[in-house]
Ligand binder design. Structure first.
Ligand code: ADP
Ligand code: MG
Length: 233
């Protein structure tokens, strides 16, 4: 279970405070696929960054699979993140100086399991349909292929939970559909997936929609009817 209790986040520009996440309590069951939707600036990325420990809340608690990540030291948080979750970004974040397979192998360096890195990475690239591009550099493959490689990298240490922030934001409809198919397949392999997206059609294919407005979770039009009541505890 992914659970937050009354989390708050503010940002400041030095003069004033911007209240970006307002007292959010939510519960996301394991092995579900959840979409977080909402207008630009509504706090979706901030909420996701809090859930995956990239950022810390000002107040409140975050529990992921029984771990209170808000009580973790920086060092423990980094270790936890590498072992227990995978993160996919809109702009892929692949290292341009490494080939796709080297990008996928990279997180394995920080894991206790360093055996068969190359064959495991090759297996992950095959899973996302990139077995023929393993030795190419990111700049020489398409956006859709970059994102598939980024998903393979997020899976490097076989984490139970995947977070994705607008993973299809830089892709055309066809590539976006391909990425969505991958996530749906991963969900069927019992991964827990939380995906921020603008795309209501894609969000409609998930199990549950959490709709955000002004730093709060609301039941907006995007959340109805299948996600009615979802996202709250
Ligand atoms: P969304 O992902 O829904 O577009 P964000 O979570 O990125 O929204 O941003 C919500 C609000 O928080 C915006 O007003 C944004 O400008 C502000 N914000 C986000 N990150 C930072 C930051 N690191 N420093 C200051 N303000 C930020
Ligand atoms: Mg965002």
């Amino acid at each position: 279970m992914i659970k937050t209790e009354n989390i708050e986040k503010y940002f400041t520009n030095g003069n004033e405070w911007n209240h970006v996440v307002k007292n959010i309590s939510l519960a996301i069951p394991l092995t579900s696929f959840t979409a977080i939707t909402g207008k630009s600036g509504s706090g979706k990325s901030t909420l996701l960054n809090l859930l995956c420990g990239i950022d810390q809340p000002f107040k409140g608690r975050i529990h992921i699979n029984g771990n209170d990540i808000t009580s973790f030291s920086k060092r423990k948080l980094t270790k936890w993140r590498n072992a227990e979750i995978g993160i996919v970004f809109q702009s892929f974040h692949l290292l341009p100086s490494l080939t796709l397979i080297e990008n996928v192998m990279l997180p394995m360096e920080f894991s206790s399991n360093k055996k068969n890195k190359k064959s495991r990475a090759a297996g992950l690239l095959q899973k996302v349909g990139l077995e023929n591009k393993a030795n190419m550099f990111p700049d020489y493959v398409s956006g859709g292929e970059k994102q598939r490689a980024a998903i393979a990298r997020a899976l490097a240490n076989d984490p139970p939970v995947l977070f994705a922030d607008e993973p299809t934001g830089n892709l055309d409809t066809e590539n976006a559909a391909h990425i969505m198919e991958l996530f749906l397949a991963l969900k069927n392999e019992n991964k827990t997936i939380v995906m921020v997206t603008h795309d209501l059609e894609l969000a409609g294919k998930t199990d549950k929609i959490i709709h955000m407005k002004d730093g709060q979770i609301i039941e907006g039009p995007a959340a109805a009817p299948r996600a009615r009541g979802a996202g709250f505890i």
